[in-house]
Write a protein that binds this ligand. Structure first.
Ligand code: ATP
Ligand code: MG
Length: 245
């Protein structure tokens, strides 16, 4: 990279709006003596195009943090800002709109619709967001080709392997051109080789489209391949930067 280009890119990064900002985010369950605090006063951000690993022991709050970042539940206190929009005061409808248009979700168990084939599963969220069926299916076909499933478009989830189902879920998460992907152990139920392949596809497709991502994983080999790692430990978030292999 030449110096002028590097300087331009650095300036662009400085002026870009973060895809995700967490400001003083706390999550607790229960009241009074029963109250347990999972994490306290977390502050961090993800810039456009950045891919961040979320690691931490079981029970440290990775899924809870992803739910909060994905506007599926509110923090006990603190603020979540998505693409510059403070989400703390939005109503249900506005939150749903942001989830549909700006966020993409990939879960450990893909949550595909069993009655619909791969193409329909990827077309569906686009149609819910208002796209015509024909256009939605064209885009779905393109995304499924990108994750290597051009020969499985008309298979229902039950006729796909675990890795193939997870790749459909990745295509679906990208279908409405989100700015941020949130993934909770997306390869957690796959054998190590398939997990590696599916994970590679997730990171490559996110990079190719300039989408940022926050990906919870127990696998440090995978965290090493991401731009930065957030470690959740004892209720705190430590930004461990780029992990060395
Ligand atoms: N609805 C709830 N009520 C009470 N406690 C909860 C609730 N949901 C989660 N917790 C607690 O919050 C803590 C964090 O859970 P979370 O699922 O976020 O952990 P995690 O880091 O994703 O763990 P894992 O790696 O096992 O998936 C756990 O101790 C869990 O028991
Ligand atoms: Mg979890």
């Amino acid at each position: 990279m030449n110096e002028q280009y590097a300087a331009t890119e650095a300036a662009a990064t400085r002026t870009a709006v973060p895809s995700l900002i967490l400001q003083g985010v706390t999550r607790s369950f229960g009241e009074g003596a029963e109250r347990i605090e999972i994490f306290h006063d977390l502050t961090s951000q993800i810039m456009p195009g950045e891919i961040v690993a979320l690691v931490g022991p079981s029970g440290s709050g990775k899924s809870s943090l992803l739910h909060i970042a994905g506007l599926l539940e509110p923090p006990t206190s603190g603020t979540v800002v998505i693409n510059g929009r403070d989400c703390s005061k939005l109503n249900d409808e506005e939150r749903t709109a942001i989830r549909r248009t700006q966020l993409g979700f990939v879960y450990q168990f893909h949550h595909l619709l069993p009655e619909f084939n791969a193409l329909e599963n990827v077309a569906m969220p686009q149609m819910i967001a208002g796209r015509r069926r024909k256009d939605a299916e064209t885009i779905a076909g393109r995304l499924l080709t990108m994750v290597g499933l051009q020969h499985r478009l008309t298979h229902r989830p039950g006729k796909l392997s675990g890795g193939e189902q997870q790749r459909v879920a990745i295509a679906r998460a990208l279908a409405n051109q989100p700015r941020l992907i949130l993934a909770d152990e997306p390869t957690g139920n796959l054998d190590p080789r398939t997990a590696d392949m599916v994970f590679g596809i997730l990171v490559e497709t996110a990079r190719a489209r300039g989408v940022s991502a926050l990906i919870a994983t127990h696998n440090l080999q995978m965290a090493v391949k991401m731009d930065r790692t957030w470690l959740l430990h004892n209720g705190k978030l430590i930004d461990a930067g780029k992990l060395k292999p």
